[in-house]
Ligand binder design. Sequence first.
Ligand code: ATP
Ligand code: MG
Ligand code: MG
Length: 381
Amino acid sequence: MTTVGILGGGQLARMLALSGAPLGLRFLVMDNVADACAGQFAPMVVGDYRDETTLAEFASRVDVATFDFENVPSESAQWLSERVQVFPNPRALATAQDRLAEKTLFQKLGIPVPPFAAIDTREQLDAAIAQIGTPCILKTRRLGYDGKGQFRIKTTADADAAWDALGAQASKVGLILEGFVHFERELSVVAVRGRDGEFRTWPLTENWHVDGVLSASLAPARVDSALAQVAYEHARKLGEALDYVGVFALELFCRDGELLANELAPRVHNSGHWTIEGSETSQFQNHLRAVLGLPLGDTRMVGLACMLNWIGEMPSATPVLAEPGGHWHDYGKLPRAGRKVGHATVRADSAQALATSLQRVGEGLGRQAQVDPVIAALARS
Ligand code: ATP
Ligand code: MG
Ligand code: MG
């Protein structure tokens, strides 16, 4: 009996555990809170990610370890990797945890990025704003997620407010200033790399964010196949450079038909949730296969799929379940503003059928604004 350890017990760990059950896998989740939602399906150890006693107990009970959460302290990942196999490797995790390190790697690999500069002091912020220009975004280098730890600078007059909001973080987690990209669309590549270096991607996904949080994803993205190939090639290079094992996502902006890399998520990704019902093998199943050294499953799609995120509280399931290709995922979390509590995937065999289903779901839930951009994309050729 193989036990997979997962650091972090959120919905990603929960969906990993659910997808691993048919493989006969056991799971052990470590989280710093006892009510983490993966704990409803897997035994847990609860403790701080830096606590050696908790980490030692976790390591002693698992055959291999992976992450649901990219902000596990890199020293803890390193400590664990000296005792048990850890995938992805701690270097890949450390690179993806730091926006400066990841953007530097993108550049080194010839993957275009928005202009950026590391910021340690107020003087550097002023100099970087002058150099990069406005609008731009000041971000924490580490620990940000769902758009947290970011300040949008519209004009140079916003520099004071940006520094008031994030300046104190400069000495703690570091800061980075990035040029604001007026993108036509956001895309992501969800990719998997096996222990033997075998590399696969799922079809390119188009994403819509609201207030910095993912709201909807559509696969395959409505872009031409040459652009998708460029995105897959960027992901392949990254996977090789990091000697990555498992699933990762590369977030991209598309501007004037060109791709700019935003960030790398060293784990299964929200923009890949549609793969559960929309592809031959889900990102969760393939992540487990990769970390266990099993053959990777086919990533081909079955039709088209749209994923809708539920933020804050769960809506009624009925309009989604009433659709022929409607699927429901409730993470079993308590409602809280801004929290990802569940998602739905709507699958169909044609763009027209998917648009019709989404229209009914939008009306049924009173969430037209969430489905409209996806329906508009489906109308594009
Ligand atoms: P995630 O939850 O994806 O990990 P995060 O907190 O790491 O989010 P980003 O992905 O950097 O943050 O930013 C969140 C969203 O804010 C992006 O998906 C995009 O919509 C917008 N955004 C971030 N950086 C830029 C930029 N340089 N130009 C334009 N929009 C941006
Ligand atoms: Mg991120
Ligand atoms: Mg992001």
